[in-house]
Every structure is written in C-alpha cells, then in structure tokens.
Design a protein around this ligand. Structure first.
Ligand code: SF4
Length: 380
C-alpha cells in the first residue's frame, strides 16, 4: 500500500505482524490527513476477522423508564420525576412484555435499557420479567442493562458484583449492553457523568460478567468535550480489559447528539470523524471480533460506508415499536425501525454478505422463524 503519510507504513507493518498498536499509533491514526489509508487498513483488518460477513439482528428495543437522577451532562433522555413530570414514562413489567411481542415473535434479541429509576430498577421488578421472557420466548436472547444499571441494583440490594451477576444470569441474562462506558478517563468522566458507575467499576462488572459466561459489548461516547487522547486511552483500556477477562463481542462507537442537553454547544460530529472513529477502533481493538455501526446513531448511510472503514455489524431492526428514546430525545434523525430486507440490501450493495445473528453471534438463515407460541402471550 502507498501512503500520503509515510508514518502509516510502520502501523501497517505492526498490523501485518499482529502487534497491538500503541497509544501514539492511535493518535497518529486520528490525526493523519490520509484517511483513505486508515480506511483501507481498517477494511483489511475487518476482513481478516469476519471475511465478507456483515451482521445484523432481528430484535426488539425498549427503553423501560426515563426516570433518572444521575444527571449526566450529555443526556437528553433522563427526566426528573418531580421537576418535569410531563416528560416521565415508566412501563410496568406487563407493558414491557406486551411491547416486546406486539408485532410478533420473530426476533432473536430483546434489548432493554433505562434510567436509574428507584421505582423500577430492582430485582423485584426484573427477575420475574426476565423469567417470563425466557419461558415465553426461549429463542430470544436477553440483552439487558448497562453496567451502570447493574451497579445501581448491586448497591440497592447490598450485593457484590459476583452475586448480582450470578443472580441475573440464573434468571436468563444472556448479554449486557455496552452503554455507560462513555469516556473511561477519570478526568473527563468526572465532568460528564460524575454520579454514575466509575470507570474502574464499569470494567470490573464487565470482567465479572465474562468470568461467569455472560457476554457483553462496549461503547465509547465521542464528539463532546473529550480529547483525542481520551478516545485512544479509552480504546486501550477496553483492549486491556478484554485481555484480562475475554467476553466483549462488539465495540460500538456512539456519536454524541447535542439536542436538549448541557453539552449542546459541542454540536454534531462530522461524517469523517464518524468514519475515522470506526476505523481507529477496528485497528486498535485487535482482540474484539466485531465493530458495530449502529444505524440509529450515525444514520444508515454513514453506517453503510462504515462497512468499508472496519465495521462488520449494523445492529438491529428494533422491531416496529417506537421505544428508542435515548437518541430520539437528543436529536437523531434516524427512524425507529429498519426492515431486515433493507439491511440486506445495504450490506449487499457494499459488497458484503448479510448474516443474521443473535446477541452472541450465533447465526441464522435470513428467513428462520421461531415456533409459534402454544397460547396467546398477552391477554386481550
Ligand atoms: S445517561 Fe443514563 S445514567 Fe446518565 S442521566 Fe441519562 S439515563 Fe441517567
């Protein structure tokens, strides 16, 4: 490969020899003007990992409550029950279940996250609901919570991390979502989310999940007040965590959205920054199998191009419900639902092979359907 920036040749040599890239390499990848070379290297790295496959999942996505008192400065989703009651929503467990199945049962993942809501976020609410899902929909993996929610429940029930993970796993937890990682560097984290899980505990919870055989993902919220050094440091912390206790499946870069939050002056990320971030992640995280281009965040079109910048996953259909509220509160222009035929069209047009998966990347034929439930799942 030829480079407009000759410094990239050293990085290419390291990649060919499977040598992990350094902090300085990461910064160089972010700062070089030769974004085409960065993209080519990332595409090659992606193809070494997953060949021509690009993954998607038929899923249901639900935000179960927006009540939260953590006060993260980048958040447009959380509502204070006492100061802005008109914005509050909080679903009963019956409502969450009914929402999940309202358009049928042909999905392989149920993805649910919510705020730190003292009236919902407890084992009394979640364990019966998880068991109900497992009994009624054994084909659908439970992709629940973030490490912030797990830490909140551990504190609430005076449980250690190993104990709460064991309890949730016994109730059917298959996968934990990658949110709440934000930026792991302590100085920046203290400015954006001082009241939720700290970086040491975020990592400790994921490592405990992995030790007990529960898979998880990892994210990074970029495009606000963080520096490029913060981003690279974040990726290296995740890589080291994966070495200590493997179990992360996918890394998902989350672009900051500015509408309706305290950091709105940071504005929107650009398409080039988005693409470069996919590529740098692919190159820095040699021990992560998947880099996800989440259409809800960067938009379908950027995510399709991201498949040529190291991404090998486009996330899920989200069913046909209307329950993604986190990014919709912050200004995303993405819709609520993508038909799986559209995923296959976009992936095929990019020159790749669409592969349907579940949370833990077991694969399915595109037209696989689960057995019909023996009885009505929700009483009219
Ligand atoms: S990001 Fe999550 S923890 Fe922070 S305020 Fe919003 S809902 Fe609460």
């Amino acid at each position: 490969m030829t480079y407009a920036d000759p410094a990239l040749a050293d990085i290419e040599r390291k990649l060919e020899s499977n040598v992990p890239l350094s902090f300085e390499d990461g910064l160089l990848l972010y700062r070089t003007r030769d974004i085409h070379a960065v993209g080519r290297m990332a595409k090659r790295a992606k193809e070494r990992k997953s060949g021509k496959n690009v993954y998607y999942v038929l899923n249901r996505y639900i935000n179960s409550t927006n009540v939260c008192f953590a006060g993260c400065t980048f958040c447009s989703f959380a509502a204070d029950e006492f100061k802005e009651p008109q914005r509050v929503f909080r679903m009963t467990a019956d409502r969450v279940f009914a929402k999940a199945v309202e358009t049928g049962t042909n999905f392989n993942q149920i993805h649910i996250v919510g705020g730190h809501d003292p009236r919902q976020l407890s084992l009394d609410y979640w364990l019966p609901l998880m068991r109900r899902f497992k009994e009624a929909l054994p084909h659908a993996q439970l992709s629940l919570f973030t490490a912030a929610e797990i830490e909140y429940m551990a504190k609430r029930h005076r449980m250690s991390f190993p104990d709460i993970v064991r309890t949730l796993k016994e109730a059917g937890l298959d996968n934990v979502n990658g949110g709440a990682a934000e930026i792991l560097g302590e100085e920046t984290r203290a400015k954006i989310c001082p009241n939720k899980v700290n970086s040491a505990n975020w990592l400790a919870i994921h490592e405990e999940l992995h030790r007990q055989g529960v898979a998880s993902n990892a994210t990074m919220l970029y495009g606000h007040i963080e520096t490029l050094e913060d981003r690279v440091d974040h990726l290296i912390r995740l890589r080291e965590s994966q070495d200590r206790s493997p179990g992360f499946n996918a890394f998902i870069p989350l672009a900051f959205h500015p509408d309706g939050n305290e950091l709105s002056y940071c504005g929107w990320t650009t398409g080039l920054d988005d693409l470069r971030t996919f590529a740098v992640a692919r190159l820095m995280l040699h021990n992560f199998d998947h880099i996800k281009a989440y259409w809800m965040i960067q938009g379908l079109k950027v995510c399709q191009v991201a498949l040529h910048f190291g991404a090998d996953d486009m996330d899920g259909t989200h069913g046909s419900t209307d329950q993604e509220m986190i990014y919709h509160s912050a200004g995303t222009r993405s819709g609520q639902y993508v038909d799986d035929r559209e995923f296959r069209r976009l992936i095929t047009e990019a020159g790749y092979v669409p592969v349907r998966r579940n949370s833990t990347y077991e694969t399915f034929a595109w037209d696989w359907t689960p057995p019909q439930p023996e009885r009505e799942l929700v009483q009219a």
